[in-house]
Design a binder for this molecule. Structure first.
Ligand SMILES: NC(=O)c1ccc[n+]([C@@H]2O[C@H](COP(=O)([O-])OP(=O)(O)OC[C@H]3O[C@@H](n4cnc5c(N)ncnc54)[C@H](OP(=O)(O)O)[C@@H]3O)[C@@H](O)[C@H]2O)c1
Length: 203
């Protein structure tokens, strides 16, 4: 069976970090490379390979992608997507998990929706097998966005206070990804027979 080598772009972030942690806690973790734009800014376990990389900087693509067959990445609308995905394909990447957003379904015309849809479409067109994670509200919003507002104003300002949503934690966003990004495909199966789908993460 082929070796599995997974690239996690954004392992210093909330969702990428949760994926790294969960992958490393499995009984048979794949070989893992993580990337960060600034080496030394974040610390990573000694068992993973760390490289400097930036989705917006094509000169870093060989360093990111060499020898990789599966990728987890964020949706970055500034990245030269055709170049990135060609480099991934040429480098042997067979499967991409893209952190997208539920906005592509409920507000595709919004700037956030358009941004994520553009990247989803580019991944689809690349011919590489994919799974799109489409969470709605991240649980970390309450810490990152709400806590400072409450601290400053002693009030919580919410645009649609009567709407009902269930924020999803980063750990739940990636829990299934852990399985399909690290599974050893039986020799007759390809990544695409298990993927090319959307994972909706909302209530
Ligand atoms: N917040 C929500 O409610 C919500 C809902 C649906 C979807 N989402 C999606 O989730 C994303 C945020 O996820 P998160 O909370 O995990 O973010 P986060 O904690 O801010 O992490 C972002 C990660 O991206 C990496 N990064 C940033 N720019 C990069 C670049 N140019 N090249 C390579 N890596 C780069 C950073 O790594 P370094 O700094 O180490 O380079 C960092 O690890 C949103 O952008 C959206 O797409 C969010």
């Amino acid at each position: 069976m082929a070796a599995r080598k997974v690239l996690i772009v954004g392992a210093s972030g909330g969702v990428g970090g949760a994926l790294l942690k969960q992958l490393l806690s499995t009984s048979n973790p794949p070989s893992i490379r993580v990337s960060t734009r600034s080496l030394g800014k974040a610390t990573f376990p000694s068992t993973v390979e760390v490289v400097q990389g930036d989705l917006e900087d094509p000169s870093s693509y060989p360093r990111l992608l060499k020898g990789i067959d599966r990728v987890f990445m964020y949706a970055n609308s500034q990245a030269p997507l055709q170049q990135l995905l060609s480099a991934a394909k040429d480098g042997g990447v067979q499967y991409i998990v893209l952190l997208s957003s539920m906005t592509v379904e409920f507000a595709p015309e919004s700037s956030i929706g358009k941004k994520h849809l553009t990247i989803e479409d580019a991944v689809k067109e690349s011919g590489i097998a994919y799974t799109f994670l489409r969470p709605r509200n991240s649980a970390s919003n309450s810490r990152l966005f709400w806590a400072p507002i409450v601290e400053k104003t002693a009030k919580l300002w919410i645009t649609f206070p009567n709407s009902h949503t269930a924020p999803v934690s980063e750990h739940d966003i990636v829990s299934e990804t852990v399985v399909f990004i690290s599974i050893q495909f039986p020799s007759r199966e390809t990544a695409s027979s298990r993927s090319n789908r959307y994972l909706q993460l909302y209530l």
